[in-house]
Design a protein around this ligand. Structure first.
Ligand code: ZN
Ligand code: ZN
Length: 623
């Protein structure tokens, strides 16, 4: 949920939607027992998956179809992974309700009627690349402080406005995760007249509105009018309404200065008349008004709102609008590599980026974890998240045993993390479940409607059937394969190491190797120990003296016996000492043999990851 008024109590996290998390969980394990909530009656947990609990609460409201799930965002800064959290939380609840037979509509409002109050330091283009403000037409923004986002030219020049550029990006992010949302422009809600009745109601009852809001905001005095028109002369938002004509659906205003954080945006002094479509409700009223106009049944939001605009929103909904507020869900923020998301500090990542490093089902899985826990999304340790996902997947397919709770949670959450858009068309075709399977270059080889019960049933049958034969290369192993300069050696090594079997379907093997590129991208971006190239196709030209040659042969014998990386690492030191060699020199020779350069990752551990036959032969300088 967005927050737009800087002087609004509780408006602390807004644009980035995230804050510091003081604890993180160990991502290498699946979630522990306390991740499963209890119903408090008999000590036995009823809910293996949090979205089931929320869906129960939504159903208890006796909703009408379609059930409407909402989220929202203010279009400042960059729509990054932290913002997508809200979309995906709603998505899992939507999926559970659909599974129960409900038709669900998920809407996401971009609060693009809000005025731009300060210049963002970073923006993102439509390909998801982060750019500095200086690299775009910043003047388009600078001249437009105080104007609605949808009235500001797109600094990239590709969309009708800055607001629309932002909406396009957030829609793309959801599309990349195959989460069907309707992006709703708040400006469009006003301009189409859909807000007219609720604005009229609020202004007709403005005394009551004032009384209710004054319980939450000190600035609300007897002159307060809950409507902010845009000046017809200069385009800026104004907070000075001098008269209201409810029957005519207009207000009179004077364009005065507005305070935006620690700066003042000057008004032009113009006096004019605005219709209800030429302004906006203040955020504290706009949010409940959206609930009414869109018929919202459920809305997740960050903890800033839990103490800020949520309680006043409930009060306004019940005592000004006379509607029932939606079922709420407060979620914890997460951090990125241990730090809060920050557009201005550059600590941001977009869905676009993440999906170059892992599969969409892994990212969806991250958002399927308990929303009550603050957690870290670690790019550095992305391998741990992927390992955790792989384990949950194996638990689901009964290929590994876990605790009863882990298993039940995997059974509930895993199928919703998987989309048919992620699956190779060959696998879909092999299942005989789908009448028509397209080439699916764009990732949609079969038609799938989330609200169609038959489509959902087929998806479930496919997952439990054909997809059970999928192959996953462990992520760090895929990173090792990504270091080979010889593509053929990848397949050979994967077979030798037992990650690919002869009877695995061709689509599954091909799909599994897709992870090599993802893990290589991860190695490149984090410049970690996998960011080297193994000279595998051809042995680098290395001349060694007699003592070194003897030491290498010894080491080869040791590796041939079959030891893990830890043992090999220790033996490198031992071998050097036995042969009176400088340890550093001996390592350098090892790096030259495998990488053609004098440095690399921890050599022993690395050699332990490679196929033994190759390592032995290379140490003996045979290939
Ligand atoms: Zn654009
Ligand atoms: Zn003006």
């Amino acid at each position: 949920m967005s927050e737009s008024e800087p002087d609004d109590a509780g408006a602390t996290a807004s644009a980035d939607g995230t804050a510091d998390a003081d604890r993180t969980d160990a991502p290498s394990e699946t979630e522990s027992a306390d991740d499963t909530r209890t119903d408090g009656t008999d000590g036995e947990s009823r809910y293996a998956f949090w979205a089931d609990e929320v869906a129960d609460a939504v159903e208890a409201r006796d909703p009408e179809e379609p059930i409407v799930i909402k989220g929202g965002i203010s279009p400042s800064g960059v729509p990054h992974l932290g913002n997508v959290n809200e979309i995906m939380r709603g998505y899992f609840v939507a999926e559970v309700l659909r599974e129960r037979g409900w038709e669900v509509r998920q809407v996401f409002t971009t609060d693009d009627r809000d005025p731009l109050r300060k210049l963002p330091r970073k923006l993102a283009d439509l390909d998801g690349n982060i750019v500095d403000l200086g690299d775009v037409n910043a003047g388009a923004l600078g001249k437009n402080l105080g104007h609605a986002y949808t009235d500001i030219p797109d600094p990239f020049g590709c969309c009708d406005s800055y607001g629309e550029h932002f909406s396009t990006l957030i829609a793309e992010s959801a599309e990349l995760l195959d989460a069907p949302i309707d992006v709703v422009s708040t400006t469009e809600l006003y301009e189409s007249g859909r807000m007219d009745d609720v604005v009229e109601h609020v202004l007709r009852n403005r005394e009551q509105a004032r009384d209710v809001l004054s319980e939450y905001q000190d600035k609300v005095d007897e002159d307060y009018v809950p409507f902010n028109p845009f000046c017809s002369n200069c385009g800026k938002v104004t907070e000075t309404v001098t008269a209201v004509d409810v029957d005519d659906r207009t207000v009179e205003y004077r364009c005065t200065d507005i305070e935006a954080g620690n700066r003042t945006i000057e008004g032009c002094g113009h006096e004019g008349t605005a219709t209800f479509r030429e302004g906006k409700l203040p955020w504290r009223f706009e949010w409940p008004a959206q609930w009414q106009v869109l018929g919202v049944d459920f809305e997740p939001f960050g903890k800033d709102h839990a103490e800020g605009s949520w309680p006043s929103g409930v009060d306004i909904a019940e005592n000004v609008l006379g509607i029932e507020p939606p079922e709420p869900m407060v979620y914890e923020w997460f951090t990125l590599d241990g730090e809060p998301f920050s557009s201005s500090e550059g600590n941001i990542v977009l869905v676009h980026d993440v999906l170059e490093m892992l599969e969409p089902e892994v990212l969806r899985y991250f958002f399927a974890k308990d929303p009550n826990k603050a957690r870290d999304f670690s790019i550095e340790r992305l391998d741990q998240l992927v390992d955790e996902f792989d384990r949950v997947e194996r638990l689901y397919f009964g290929e590994e045993s876990g605790t009863d709770k882990e298993t039940r949670r995997a059974e509930r959450a895993y199928p919703f993390a998987l989309s048919l858009a992620d699956v190779p068309p060959e696998a879909l075709a092999a299942s005989d479940l789908f009448e028509e399977v397209a080439d699916g270059e764009d990732g949609h080889a079969v038609a799938f409607d989330h609200n169609d019960a038959r489509d959902r049933e087929r998806r479930r049958e496919f997952v439990d059937g054909e997809f059970a034969d999928r192959v996953r290369l462990p992520y760090t192993f895929a990173a090792v394969l990504g270091m080979f300069d010889d593509a053929e050696a990848r397949a050979e090594t994967a077979r030798k190491e037992g990650h690919v079997a002869d009877d695995d379907p061709a689509w599954a093997v091909e799909d599994a190797f897709g992870r090599v590129d993802l893990a290589s991208e991860w190695a490149d971006r984090t410049d970690n120990e996998y960011n080297y190239t193994v000279a595998r196709a051809e042995m680098p030209d290395v001349s060694v003296d007699e003592a070194t040659a003897a030491a290498l042969d010894d080491l080869a014998d040791f590796v041939a016996e079959g030891h893990d990386g830890e043992a090999i690492q220790g033996e490198i030191y031992e071998t050097a000492r036995r042969h009176d060699l400088e340890v550093g020199d001996f390592f350098a020779v090892g790096y030259q043999l495998f990488f053609g350069v004098e440095e690399g990752p921890q050599l022993g551990h690395f050699l332990g990851d490679l196929d033994r036959e190759f390592v032995v032969e290379r140490l003996r300088r045979e290939r």
